[in-house]
Every structure is written in structure tokens, then in C-alpha cells.
Design a protein around this ligand. Structure first.
Ligand code: SF4
Ligand code: SF4
Length: 371
């Protein structure tokens, strides 16, 4: 924060803990892996219930622990959280402990009665990757009607409602249409998420990930459309290199209050069996049971790993002005594509240009990257 020129605070005076929080601010809190849709691109492999899924009393104990740690927000995750009858009881419990619960729905199983109960959440987003034929690129096209109805029911019930859009190369051109739809509905924002390789999405990654040209044009397009349709945008942490290509870290932070890879520091994932990992997109990260938290140093160790990475980051990250905020882009993508957590995000525009300039990419690969 000091480097960004955003003022002084007692909170960041200790140089010993540069960038390391005493607790995460946000938890992705999975209460079940069960989901009847089994989408082909699901990053958590949602489908069947885990054999060791926690009972409600243990989930409440996990919430007690997060409340003691002074976590601010929970994103109820899955699977489909609506598959568990205790969803609303858990959300109320989180509220009673001073944690704001948020939720994402596909739209299936939504009714006006359920929509009213959703008022317990601070924000509910409906997954809609496009308002026309682009909706059906990752999901069943017929599901659009359910998603559209869910938006109406949530808004009618007075629930703060937004849209989650997973951005891949084939629905990219439908983004303006989605803005138009979202503005007509009067949702409060659209969140743009990068197509990343985890769960079942791993097998689709090469085919569906955004192209280099799309990565470069994404941020100017979103800014323009946000202004045109007077609609707020939120952008996934893994898209930060694509933003830094255009904006300084300071400008980006002011505009979208977003930072780069903070897995294991600003946010954690808790699976429905109580296992905590830094992020759903890191396949080989250390994990531990939430009930062992007091004796477990993994959070510190994990973030030490990123801090140490910054000290010995490879080029072009090591000489990049955005390194301290970006932290090398998405390490989940790097790990999947290169086999190493320690590489730079291979889709960062600076990384692609650096490899081209230094002949690290063969001509054919450059063609593939650019298209
Ligand atoms: S070069 Fe590295 S630090 Fe800079 S924006 Fe790209 S991934 Fe982030
Ligand atoms: S690995 Fe880092 S950048 Fe990628 S999704 Fe997780 S926290 Fe975000």
C-alpha cells in the first residue's frame, strides 16, 4: 500500500510481515461437492458428495474458527450449495458471527420462496456466460431460461444480484450483448472470471482459454462497456496481468480494488470435508484440516513461498513494475501449463512478448499464441 502511494497506516508498519495478513479476508467455503448439472468446465469436479463431507455441526465449528480469525467474507461454494438443506441455516450462522456470506447460483432450483431466503446473503451472483448463443458454450443452452428467471426472482425479492461470466475464447465476442442484458435487468455488476485449468476444465483449457489478442483487448473493452452501459465490473485476480498491460498497479488498484495472486494470504478455500488449501486452482499446494489450524503453519509457509518467489522471480517478472502487486500472475495456470509453480503466468502479455523478443517461442507457437 505504501508503494502504491495510498497512505500510511499502523497496520502496515512492520516490514517483517510484508504482504502477509494475520488471517485471510475471504474464504471460499464449500458445503458440498454435490451438483446435478455436472458442467463440463466445472473447476471443482462437482457431481458426487464427498464421502467425508462435514455434518452441519462441524461446518458451524469451522465458521466459529473463521469468525475468531476475523474473516470478513465467505463465498459459499460447491458443488451446488442449494443441494444442502442447511445452506440458509449456515448462512444465518455466519451472519450471526459477523461474517458476510455471498453465494453463486446456476439458476436451477430457484423459486420465489428460495429467492426471498437469499436475502441472508450480501450478494448473489448468477452464472451467465453470455446472453445469446454464447450462454450454451459451456452449459446446456436450455439452462438460460432458468438463469434468466433466477435473476428476475432475486431482483424481485430485493437481493443484491450480479452476474458471473466465465470468459473463454468462444464467448468473448458475446460480452457486449451480456452487458446489454445485464443493464436491462439492472443487476449491480458483472464479474469476469478467466477460464482456468482445474477440475474438469483442465481437459478443455487449451481449447477454451482466451487468446493473446483477446487478453490484450479485454480490459479496454470492459472499461468502455462499463461506461457505456453504466454497469460496475469486477475482475478475477488471475486476469491482473492483462490489466497491468494497460494500467499502472496504482491506477488498477484505485479503479477495481483488485490485486494479483494472493492465494493462501488474502483468500483460502475450504472444501466440504474441512480441508483448507490456498486456492482451488493450485493443484499441488499444501493443505490442512481447518480443525488443526492453531498448530498449523501452512498459511505462513505458503505465503512465504510466494514472497520467496518474488525475490527470485524469473524474467520478465523480475524486472516488471507490477511484480509486488501481481506476484507473477496466476500460479495455477503456470503450474498446469509449465509443470512448475515457479514459472511466470504463460498467458501474461508481458511474458508472451518477452518470449517472442527473446526467441523463446518457436514461430509456430507464436502464431498459436497470437491466434
Ligand atoms: S510480467 Fe510477471 S509480474 Fe509482470 S504483469 Fe506479467 S505476470 Fe505479472
Ligand atoms: S492461483 Fe492465484 S491468481 Fe490464480 S486464481 Fe488462485 S489466487 Fe487467483
Amino acid at each position: 500500500m505504501r508503494e502504491l502511494g495510498l497512505g500510511e497506516s499502523e497496520l502496515w508498519k512492520s516490514d517483517e510481515s510484508i504482504g502477509l495478513l494475520s488471517a485471510p479476508t475471504e474464504i471460499h467455503f464449500s458445503i458440498t461437492e454435490k451438483c446435478s448439472l455436472r458442467c463440463q468446465h466445472c473447476y471443482t469436479d462437482g457431481g458426487d458428495t464427498l464421502p467425508d463431507e462435514l455434518e452441519i455441526e462441524k461446518l458451524k465449528r469451522a465458521l466459529d474458527i473463521f469468525a475468531e480469525m476475523k474473516v470478513f467474507r465467505l463465498a459459499f461454494a460447491g458443488g451446488d450449495g442449494l443441494e444442502r438443506a442447511e445452506l440458509f441455516e449456515l448462512a444465518e450462522y455466519a451472519r450471526s458471527k459477523g461474517i458476510i456470506p455471498n453465494f453463486t447460483v446456476s439458476g436451477i432450483n430457484m423459486t420465489p420462496e428460495i429467492a426471498k431466503k437469499m436475502k441472508v446473503f450480501g450478494q448473489v451472483n448468477v452464472s451467465i456466460d453470455g446472453a445469446g448463443k454464447e450462454y450454451g458454450i459451456f452449459r446446456e443452452q436450455e439452462m438460460f431460461e432458468f438463469a434468466d428467471n433466477a435473476v428476475d426472482m432475486l431482483l424481485e425479492a430485493g437481493v443484491p444480484t450480479g452476474i458471473n461470466c466465465l470468459v473463454g475464447r468462444r464467448n468473448y465476442d458475446g460480452i457486449e450483448n451480456l452487458f446489454k442484458y445485464a443493464a436491462e435487468k439492472k443487476v449491480n455488476h458483472i464479474s469476469f472470471l478467466r477460464f482456468k485449468p482445474a477440475g474438469r476444465a483442465k481437459t478443455l483449457y487449451d481449447k477454451e482459454k482466451t487468446t493473446h489478442l483477446q487478453n490484450i483487448s479485454l480490459f479496454p473493452m470492459l472499461k468502455k462497456l462499463s461506461k457505456k452501459y453504466k454497469l460496475e465490473i469486477k475482475i478475477d485476480c488471475s486476469f491482473m496481468p492483462m490489466i497491468f498491460w494497460h494500467d499502472s498497479a496504482q491506477e488498477s488498484f484505485k479503479n477495481i480494488t483488485r490485486y494479483g495472486c494472493e492465494a493462501g494470504n488474502v483468500h483460502w478455500l475450504m472444501q466440504s470435508n474441512g480441508i483448507v488449501t490456498p486456492c482451488a486452482f493450485l493443484n499441488n499446494a499444501p493443505s490442512f484440516s481447518i480443525f488443526d489450524i492453531k498448530s498449523n503453519p501452512h498459511q505462513v509457509k505458503y505465503f512465504e513461498r510466494i514472497k520467496n518467489w518474488i525475490k527470485s522471480a524469473p524474467q520478465p517478472c523480475s524486472s516488471c513494475d507490477h511484480l509486488n502487486i501481481c506476484k507473477g500472475g496466476c500460479h495455477g495456470v503456470a503450474e498446469f501449463v509449465t509443470g512448475s509453480f515457479y514459472e511466470s503466468d504463460p498467458d501474461c502479455p508481458f511474458v508472451v512478448e518477452y518470449k517472442k523478443a527473446n526467441n523463446f517461442i518457436a514461430n509456430q507457437e507464436i502464431e498459436n499464441e497470437l491466434n
